[in-house]
Design a protein around this ligand. Structure first.
Ligand code: AMP
Length: 147
């Protein structure tokens, strides 16, 4: 048989919500995309410009990525962070990895002005669709400077 019992769960595993975003099956406020990576605004942001960067390859835990995949993701995140900083007035772009909610590796990039701004227990901002779209478009434009 071409498949074994061991591969059974893989055959029927559903795509993660982030894989669906990559495939365009559900919408996102896209910022940047390469062959291997994708960046989009977090839908429940801690700050304006709060962005998620992900590998297109569906791996749950960030540190299970292969070395080259991990390094590529970090370099991609750096470019995205520089673009966010150009658009959103802030002191720094904070970086966080949580991964307790969505089982698809991702890095949070959050514009911050102080340590407390990176507290994920803080209330999330409500930003209307028009502003989210504008923010993503502006960061996407700034990203072009880092290609
Ligand atoms: P965590 O896995 O704990 O790092 O959290 C997952 C993050 O993904 C949260 O900040 C969510 O707001 C965000 N998120 C979940 N679904 C979406 C979505 N469809 N579009 C954008 N961000 C999302």
């Amino acid at each position: 048989m071409w498949w074994s019992l061991k591969s059974f769960p893989l055959l029927f595993r559903m795509s993660s919500i982030f894989s669906k975003i990559v495939k365009g099956e559900i919408p996102s406020y896209k910022i940047a995309e390469t062959n291997d990576y994708y960046a989009f605004l977090d839908i429940n942001p801690l700050a304006k410009g709060h962005t998620l960067v992900i590998p297109k390859k569906e791996v749950d835990y960030l540190f299970d990525l292969k070395d080259d995949e991990y390094a590529g993701l970090q370099l991609f995140a750096k470019k995205v962070a520089l673009a966010i900083k150009e658009v959103i007035p802030c002191t720094r772009i904070g970086v966080a990895v949580i991964g307790l909610e969505v089982p698809h590796a991702h890095i949070h990039l959050v514009p911050i002005n102080g340590m407390g701004d990176l507290n994920f227990a803080n209330p999330k901002l409500i930003i209307d669709a028009a502003e989210m779209k504008l923010i993503s478009e502006n960061i996407a434009k700034a990203f072009q400077n880092y290609l």
